[in-house]
Design a protein around this ligand. Structure first.
Ligand code: SF4
Length: 693
């Protein structure tokens, strides 16, 4: 049913959250028009331009489906019978095996309201500790490193527009030119002003081609490189002694730790020449405003937290964080990757970025939820550990999934696929069929972004409004309605509103006094003020675009250096598996590809997976452009077409992760976890390549 013929909103995909106006047309078609906004400045990438096509796709889920027995097909049913079946299975399994036998898996694309209500649903209606989300695979290492250095995790602690003013940028492990193309305007502006851009990436990408200097380390060695850059900066006298003395603690320990990372040693570890290391430091340290930005390339490792800490150490030694026009930041990936990690769908967290083991936080949140604090569970398992524990004696027997395609996006995917198949009960809420809905006992068709109101928080920590254009199809419900419907069937109807603004107002109260304080943010203010940066503790507070200008969010107000040591990837190459494999994205697709693979123009542009290999390696293997290649690791194999280049490291291959079936690269990847963030090592594993004859 039409609501309005246009709606000013934001793109449904990545964390840049480019602004757009949706126009509804007679007959149901929806068109997209870019909208001026301080971040995207009137631009969209192809994913944004085509995002409305999914609203009218013949492939979307439009009615609930249930499977009567394991071997039966999914069949349409009513909402009552679908939700009743989910509730009955939850109650049956929890009666037999306890609350933790039911687990919840959320997503970094869910709005703040959904992430919040899902966390509350798990803790209050299910009383399970087993809740986590796919952001654990995406952002958690930068979050952990940010918290230990600065006391808080906000991806960019300054507005995006500040980036164009930096006189030098060190960009680590990010291919923004393909993953968020409108971001590139800031790098181009910066370059046009004759300023330096240093890119660290084992591959040559459209982003590295913008760089003044491109460093191509062996996958898994960024930490050693960062320590070497700091070693050089100290030796060359580039460090900011006044800043270190006035705003930080722990420098002496880090200085001792990096003493062993002299450039020639690190050249042997990383493959980056000592001369290039010196030049990178000179470019960054001699600029009077500089930024260090990291992304998944630095984070998705079994030492991702320490790697990000190493780059933060460098930024602190140069006096960058909390200095206007300079700083350290992390480029968040998923659409609501920032807000989705603040309000309670993470295993160890309560809303407002509170810790679930903090007695004051438990009391505060429990009071608003109207339950005793002692009834709230404590931290459960992280995403991969939770999935991997399915089938163990104390692991989940039922799983509810909201907005995540686990079968494609989890590492060591054959193993997780088998775990999901061993569940007693699986329910999945999503907008389109996916490899995960295909395993479900119940599929709940969820509304798309243009069909519901809500908020998301972009990569700068700016809270934005999603505004509904029209209602979803008749038999489709919003995730909030689905959660509220389930809560009602479990005896908690009074506590779970399906109305976005009511949920947001409750989220604001829960976040009050927390690190990510949204209490002064209202729907009306967001629209009037082009978004509001958290923390925003009162309705009179202007929000906080630059959070570290005066002090850091640590108890002593200082940023903390953390000494970190390089260690090899969990899986190094050997005779049997001689090539490093690294994974990432292509411009046309988003995450598991469940949505973008259904957009005809995107699918035409990138119809299938490819594997990028160096020409020397291709010659050695007898491969020609377009040949099929089998990629084999200790865990499984995948097949993709060879794309031969002269610019990737000869010892490294790259494969995107948007495809399923034989093209699923996560059949190959390693689930070795970072000890702090519990993030898997997506970015490096050892493989063997074979031509498919
Ligand atoms: Fe959407 Fe990201 Fe593309 Fe912007 S860059 S249009 S937010 S996918």
């Amino acid at each position: 049913m039409p609501m309005s013929d246009h709606a000013p909103t934001h793109c449904p995909y990545c964390a840049l959250q480019c602004a757009m106006t949706l126009h509804g047309h007679p007959g149901g078609a929806v068109s997209v028009e870019p909208r001026d906004f301080p971040t995207s400045r009137g631009r969209l990438c192809r994913k944004g331009w085509t995002s409305a096509e999914l609203l009218t796709s013949s492939e979307r889920l439009i009615r609930p489906l249930i499977r009567r027995s394991r071997d039966a097909d999914l069949k349409p049913t009513s909402w009552d019978s679908a939700l009743n079946l989910v509730a009955e299975n939850i109650q049956r399994i929890q009666r037999a095996c306890g609350p933790d036998a039911v687990a919840v898996f959320g997503g970094g694309g869910l709005t703040n309201e959904k992430a919040y209500l899902l966390g509350k649903f798990a803790r209050v209606a299910l009383r399970t500790s087993n809740i986590d989300y796919n952001g654990r695979f995406c952002m958690s290492s930068a979050a952990a490193a940010g918290i230990r250095a600065f006391g808080i995790d906000r991806g960019l602690p300054f507005p995006l527009a500040d980036i164009a003013d930096a006189k030098a940028i060190l960009l680590v492990g990010s291919n923004v030119a393909e993953t968020m193309p409108p971001f590139v305007q800031y790098l181009v502006e910066q370059r046009e002003r004759g300023r330096a851009l240093v890119v660290v990436d084992p591959r040559s990408t459209p982003t590295s081609q913008l760089a003044s200097l491109h460093l191509q380390p062996t996958p898994g060695t960024d930490l050693a490189l960062a320590n070497a850059l700091l070693h050089i900066a100290i030796k060359a006298g580039y460090i900011d002694k006044d800043y270190i003395a006035g705003r930080t603690t722990g420098f002496d320990d880090v200085q001792r730790a990096v003493a062993a990372y002299w450039p020639e040693r690190v050249e042997r570890l990383t493959g980056v020449s000592a001369a290039d290391q010196h030049e990178a430091v000179r470019l960054i340290a001699e600029a009077d405003r500089a930024m260090i930005l990291t992304a998944r390339g630095a984070e998705q490792h079994s030492k991702g937290t320490d790697t990000v800490s190493a780059f933060i150490n460098l930024a602190l030694a140069l006096g960058l964080p909390g200095t206007r026009g300079s700083g350290y930041g992390c480029l968040t990936g998923q659409g609501n990757g920032q807000g989705g990690r603040e309000h309670g769908q993470k295993a160890d967290q309560l809303p407002g970025y509170r810790r679930i083991d903090d007695p004051h936080a438990r009391e505060h949140v429990a009071r608003i939820w109207g339950v005793p604090p002692e009834s709230l569970p404590y931290a459960g398992r992280s995403a991969w550990e939770m999935l991997d524990s399915i089938g163990s004696s104390d692991g989940p027997r039922a799983l509810l999934v909201f907005g995540s395609n686990i079968v494609v996006s989890a590492p060591d995917a054959h193993r997780i696929d088998a775990r999901l198949r061993s569940l007693e009960f699986l329910a999945v809420a999503d907008v389109v069929p996916s490899e995960t809905t295909r395993l479900a006992d119940v599929v709940l068709p969820a509304a798309q972004w243009a069909e519901e109101d809500g908020t998301v928080t972009n990569l700068e920590g700016r809270v934005l409004r999603r505004i509904r254009l029209h209602r979803p199809p008749a038999a489709v419900r919003t995730d909030l309605e689905i959660i509220a419907g389930l809560a009602a069937r479990l005896g908690h109807d009074a506590r779970f509103s399906p109305e976005p603004e009511e949920v947001f107002d409750e989220l604001r109260r829960c976040s009050s006094g927390g690190a990510a304080d949204y209490s002064g943010v209202t729907y009306q203010r967001i629209e009037a003020e082009q978004g509001i940066f958290w923390p925003c503790p009162t309705e009179n507070h202007p929000g906080t675009p630059r959070i570290f200008l005066n002090s850091f969010a640590t108890p002593d107000g200082r940023a903390h250096f953390v000494p970190v040591e390089h260690r090899p990837a969990v899986e190094e190459t050997d005779e049997k598996y001689p090539i490093y494999l690294t994974t990432g994205r292509v411009m046309a697709h988003y995450q598991s590809g469940a949505q973008t693979r259904r957009i005809p123009s995107l699918s035409r542009d990138s119809p299938e997976a490819h594997i990028e290999v160096h020409s020397d390696l291709a010659r050695h293997l007898g491969l020609a452009e377009g040949n099929l290649v089998r990629v084999i690791s200790r865990r499984g194999e995948a097949i993709a077409r060879a794309r031969i280049t002269h610019t990737i490291r000869p010892d490294t291959a790259f494969m995107p992760f948007h495809w399923s079936g034989v093209a699923r690269v996560n059949s190959v990847t390693n689930a070795a976890l970072d000890p702090d963030s519990r993030m898997p090592e997506f970015k490096v594993c050892a493989v063997r390549l074979e031509p498919v004859r």
